[in-house]
Design a protein around this ligand. Sequence first.
Ligand SMILES: [Mg+2]
Length: 258
Amino acid sequence: MRGMTAGIEAVLFDLDDTLLDGDAAGQSGLRALLALCPSVDWQAAVAAWDTAFREHFPPYLRGEITMEQSRAARMRAWADLMAIPVRAGAESAWFDWYLAGYQEGWSVFGDVAGCLDALAGLRLGVITNGDGGQQRAKITAIGLDGRFEVVIASGDAGFPKPDPRIFHMAADALGLPPGQCLFVGDNRDGDAVGARAAGMHGVWLNRRSEAAGDDMAADDTAGDAAAGEAAAGDAAADDGVPEITSLAELPGLVLRGR
Ligand SMILES: [Mg+2]
């Protein structure tokens, strides 16, 4: 019996909260926003931003509204929750303040470079939920340009993870069957379970050592989001999804079976 990773030719990564530190970016964005209204309570602002994101980002991922509409709706919901007097029609301008800070805060996790270096003999890619232009800009900003043969964003593909079609699109772009691809991401259901359902190997990157089923609670506040993947907390921990807490563990897992 070969190991779970036998035959793997490609390793594909989620972007937000897997390669890019989404919490740091989101907090940088909120700090920029709160510079406009300095008396606001930080924790309340974070909680309200998360609420607005969960409500108004998934409809974008599902193609029901544009990114611009999603941003305006998030700002309106946040301002209303915080009782901040943002004029009707001024939501996009306010969001731009957030966005400037968010982009300023894009940074790569410390375990990424070593992981990619160790996997250099394999083919590498990204599958991410979000706007293609913004997601590619993130990859450039965190110094990973040229590291990935394939970058698939849901905004370009037309369907978000965990839709199996986006995983298959990436495998097709590599010319590989899904079974020779491994996908790793921080959202257990949207990334790891979704990849397995599409015939790939799926690995859950559980950076905060959360219990299975809790990964929704920790998703980022501004990017790629798993927020559309409110699935199945009841899938629980005994379904055989491999779990790592750092990307430093990934090369060992991948290369062991090759
Ligand atoms: Mg993610």
